[in-house]
Ligand binder design. Structure first.
Ligand code: PLP
Ligand code: COI
Length: 341
């Protein structure tokens, strides 16, 4: 089974692993972490997650390093965001220590699925929380289940670290201006499917959204944050309708370490014509170059080069990967080494 996995050719998709871990909140408290070898979960047909979308999730990765050690990247940040997402849809927040214990356990239990160093692949960890109580009126549940599953993954974009074409349209909003855009709830992704499908059918990797209020500023770029590079400056949107990306936060720090100026601010649409490089970043996307942006509404095209990633994107990508794979010192203390023996 796992012997048949061709690590170098892994897509970003689901492969069955041996175990997932689960934890349930009921009668006002979280129970013990349970280990399961089932890919299924029994639930009430009126569960609040099924009817009213009480679901939040996270995404983080474990890497097998050059030294053979297994590193999980910034899980304390994911633990915090998971808590914020739960609070944003009135679910019981999972204590951050419990989140981290679950991550450690699910990685150890599935150690043989952590791709080898040099394959370019990693183990994607997907925590999720769902409301389990039967609800027909629109009310939050009082019982919740957190599940953490893992799956080995390769690059999010098929071509790997190569520029992709992105499209932009004012016809779609990913989220509402004061809605759930800054938290990671499943409903946001359901709401993005039509736009994403349109982008794919037209041959683009993702849809770049403008802000949902005024349609003036660059917002989310598919399921990742947008960034642009102008000379020695790294610019990324400040918006309460984008997910505060942990990858972007890390890249901002790396850009700063490289002596770049870092700006988090509104980015007017017109500024697309001023960037030397643009890209999108996230756990799945890592730091992916964008070679061209086509505005579907007015036919304008912004070109950054489809041949290869720009020098700044390449530098930031290499630096981030080197830390994650233990090739360079983890100066910011972002990785936790997990003893998988
Ligand atoms: N934006 C959206 C909508 C996402 O789904 C993700 C992925 O998690 C990101 C941004 C990037 O966030 P992170 O770097 O924390 O994975
Ligand atoms: C991630 O980058 O972890 C994501 O959640 C993006 C996408 C796969 C939903």
């Amino acid at each position: 089974m796992e012997k048949e996995i061709c690590w170098e050719k892994l897509p970003f998709s689901y492969i069955k692993t041996d175990y997932n871990v689960r934890c349930t909140y009921s009668n006002g408290k979280w129970g013990p972490i349970e280990v399961s070898d089932s890919e299924y979960i029994p639930m009430h047909i009126a569960a609040s997650c099924l009817h009213y979308g009480q679901e939040a999730f996270e995404g983080l990765k474990a890497f097998r390093g050059k030294d053979g050690k297994v590193r999980v990247f910034r899980m304390d940040e994911n633990a915090k965001r998971f808590r914020r997402s739960a609070e944003g849809i009135l679910m019981e927040p999972l204590p951050e220590e419990l989140f981290k214990d679950m991550v450690r356990m699910v990685v150890k239990l599935n150690a043989k699925f952590i791709p080898p160093y040099g394959s370019g692949a990693s183990l994607y960890i997907r925590p999720l929380e769902i409301g389990m109580s039967p609800r027909v009126g629109v009310n939050p549940a009082d019982e919740y289940t957190v599940i953490m599953l893992v799956t080995p993954v390769g690059p999010y974009f098929k071509a790997g670290f190569k520029p992709t074409k992105v499209c932009l349209s004012r016809e779609y909003d990913r989220v509402a201006p004061k809605g759930t855009g800054s938290i990671k709830v499943g409903g946001n992704y359901a709401a993005s499917l039509v736009a994403g499908d349109k982008a794919h059918k037209l041959g683009y990797s993702v849809m770049l959204y403008l802000d949902p209020k005024e349609k003036k500023y660059l917002d989310e770029c598919g399921a990742a944050n947008f960034y642009g590079v102008k000379g020695n400056t790294y610019v990324t949107p400040k918006s309460d309708s984008i997910l505060p990306s942990i990858t972007n936060k890390s890249i901002r720090q790396l850009a700063h370490d490289l002596g770049m100026k870092v700006e988090e601010r509104h980015i007017p649409y017109e500024e697309l014509s001023e960037f030397d490089e643009v890209g999108n970043c996230g756990t799945a996307a890592v730091c992916s170059p964008v070679g061209q942006i086509d505005d579907l509404d007015n036919g304008r095209t912004f070109e950054y080069g489809m041949e290869e990633a720009g020098p700044v994107t390449t530098k930031l990508y290499n630096k981030l990967r080197a830390i994650q794979y233990g090739e360079e010192p983890d100066e910011h203390g972002w990785c936790e080494i997990i003893d998988v023996q």
